[in-house]
Ligand binder design. Structure first.
Ligand code: ACM
Length: 261
């Protein structure tokens, strides 16, 4: 199975430009599964609720989901991509899963980071796993990484690959994902963005270094901090089914849940 990520500098509020960038970036590569960054269509640093409202969209009928359906159909692949979602009067930092022209699911970020709490409601849907034929995938978004429960829950529900759209600002995630993958024996695709946003006197720098982590914790690829990049590699997702540690230890069967309460 071929899995890939995109790392680029998202232009705030310029959806068409961001659509062009991702179309161009994946055009010469083929992958079964692509992960794009968090809020890949809008950018991150919102400055008012009106802005959030104007830029967020319905799933599955908004322009971004329509664009992703078409792109996944043309490229015969599954895409996991972050976007701001509008559901009646509620706004979520979400990610949609589209496979060959159809929406198969979406996730609403459960652990909101910093000022995201001003703009978005915390995710109200459970962690879910989708079977895309070549593997079972689960989705978490950026800051979810710091809660081991996120990856654990997805892994316990059968995810072989954690799709992890991100707009990282702290420097710890890439190293932490090594542990997340070792302790759950899963693959992870952390698709981060690069660049900085300066809006209304606020500034945020995004740390790049997008990463594909193998199910034994090996760093299959870590991108540079400041360069736009497309990366694709071949993996065997079946490796993630094997939770064996020794003849006498299995990561999941050895859990002593009663002792954790
Ligand atoms: C983050 O969760 N975007 C830092």
């Amino acid at each position: 199975m071929r899995i890939g990520l995109l790392q680029f500098n998202i232009a705030f509020g310029k959806k068409d430009r961001n659509f062009e960038t991702v179309t161009h970036l994946i055009k010469n590569e083929s992958a079964d599964l692509w992960v794009f960054p968090e809020l890949f269509n809008t950018g991150y640093l919102f400055t008012s609720q009106d802005e959030v409202e104007n830029l967020s969209e319905d799933i599955p009928n908004g322009v971004t989901t329509e664009f992703l359906k078409k792109l996944s159909n043309e490229n015969n692949c599954t895409i996991v991509a972050g976007l701001a979602e509008k559901d009646k009067n509620h706004f979520y930092n979400s990610a949609v899963v589209v496979k060959e022209g159809k929406v198969i699911g979406f996730y609403r970020k459960i652990h909101l980071f910093d000022n995201e709490k001003k703009w978005f409601a915390p995710g109200n849907l459970p962690f879910q796993v989708w079977d895309i034929g070549t593997a079972k995938i689960g989705v978490m978004i950026c800051f979810d990484w710091i809660f081991p429960e996120a990856t654990r829950t997805l892994a316990l529900r059968g995810a072989d690959i954690i799709c992890h759209p991100s707009n990282l600002v702290l420097p710890f995630c890439q190293d932490a994902m090594v542990t997340r993958c070792i302790e759950n024996r899963v693959f992870a695709i952390t698709a981060n963005r690069i660049g900085k946003e300066v809006r209304n006197g606020q500034e945020l720098k995004f740390s790049g270094c997008s990463q594909i982590t193998g199910c034994l914790g090996e760093i299959i690829h870590r991108a540079k901090a400041k360069e736009e990049q497309t990366f694709v590699c071949e993996i065997d997702p079946l490796l993630a089914k094997n939770k064996y540690i020794t003849e006498n230890n299995d990561i999941f069967n050895d859990r002593r849940i009663r002792m954790y309460e």
